[in-house]
Design a protein around this ligand. Structure first.
Ligand code: RP5
Length: 350
């Protein structure tokens, strides 16, 4: 694994069943209680935290204000460790203070009474990781200190929920799977976008809208960022949705939990649910579909998967899990193995 590890082992899978993700969306009273129970179950089985690194040190990213984060040694990231002189600057970006529809009001604003660690109307303020502390009215980052307070460039106080579709196929040449010369394993490719805000390459994920099912977010974000559906006619969009329908029915949850996102602060942080949508069949849509960057993506490509990737936030960790799931090539740090005969049936997924 590169960087921090936020392990998730899911006890329930099934895109259309109620799960912790539906804690984001379900509004019916009875659904809420089921979601809460599942949320608890999930917490028991899902997450091991290690230290965040990409949201520490330097200037707060992607804004003009250049607010400097307080430096925090690894030993003082944990809130339970005494750090008496810790006095982080409080920063919320002007575009968030301008109150776009997706952003919360300031803490203490008239009428803003968030229900922490719970489903708050249509907004989930429930963490995938663990119940978070609320100190003097402010939720505390579940992974510890970041060197800056406030919301930075994030809209919500506490967890900001995203969904990440990891769409994969095999690398193929002349109708055959390409095998890595050192590991002798087939090479997997995923749809990778270049983010407009930072220029980093990333999984084409996005925020879960209030009341939205994660399954919907996953497909919507893929269509918007990797196929530019926002600039399609209704007819073109319908066609793409139809082509991808089967693929998006068969997703497997890879990860749910904290994201080591450079935008995280002491009081606002990213969490995600990542699903893998994979196709083996060379006649399938993923082997012919044209990619076209749109929305928050300025470029899109099929990226070969290997341990040398340098992706946004903790996306490498999620991609590594996908590589292992398919027994695909990952690490380059191996001696050359003796040549072996390629299985004529090509690689298969689990
Ligand atoms: C990351 O930010 C998530 O993993 C997801 O990929 C992304 C969502 O934020 P936006 O792309 O909508 O800014 O933390």
């Amino acid at each position: 694994m590169s960087g921090g590890v936020y392990v998730s082992v899911c006890v329930w899978v099934g895109l259309d069943t109620l799960g912790v993700h539906d804690c984001v969306t379900s509004q019916e009273g009875d659904m809420r209680s089921v979601a809460r129970v599942l949320c608890q179950t999930h917490l028991l089985t899902s997450t091991t935290l290690s230290m965040h690194t990409k949201c520490r040190g330097g200037a707060y990213p992607f804004t003009k204000d250049k607010v400097q984060r307080v430096q925090i040694p690894d030993s003082k990231v944990d809130w339970d460790v005494e750090f008496a002189e810790y006095l982080p600057p409080c920063y919320t970006a002007p575009h968030i203070l301008a109150a776009p529809p997706y952003a919360d009001p300031e803490i203490g604003a008239a009428g803003f009474k968030p229900r922490w660690n719970a489903l708050d109307g249509r907004v989930s303020r429930c963490s995938h990781v663990k119940p978070y502390d609320v100190v003097d009215g402010f939720p505390r980052n579940v992974c510890g200190r970041t060197g800056v307070a406030g919301r930075g460039a994030l809209g919500r106080w506490g967890p900001n929920h995203a969904a990440d579709p990891i769409v994969t196929r095999w690398k193929v040449a002349d109708g055959k799977a390409v095998i890595h010369e050192k590991t002798r394993k087939p090479i997997l490719q995923f749809v990778c976008i270049q983010r407009r805000d930072s220029g980093h390459w990333a999984i084409p994920g996005g925020m879960v809208d209030p009341g939205e099912r994660v399954t919907t977010t996953l497909q919507r974000e893929f269509l918007e960022e990797a196929l530019n559906s926002l600039e399609m006619t209704e007819k073109q969009k319908e066609k793409s949705e139809k082509q991808l329908k089967e693929l998006f029915k068969g997703g497997v949850e890879i990860y749910s939990g904290y994201v080591d996102d450079p935008r995280n602060t002491d009081n606002a942080w990213m969490e995600t649910v990542a699903f893998n949508f994979h196709q083996d069949d060379l006649q399938g849509v993923l082997y012919s579909m044209l990619l076209h960057a749109g929305d928050d993506a300025k470029a899109v490509k099929w990226q070969d998967i290997s341990s040398t990737l340098n992706l946004y936030a903790s996306h490498e960790d999620m991609i590594e899990k996908v590589a292992h799931r398919h027994q695909a090539h990952w690490s380059r740090n191996l001696a050359v193995l003796p040549t072996c005969v390629e299985d004529p049936g090509g690689p298969s997924s689990n």
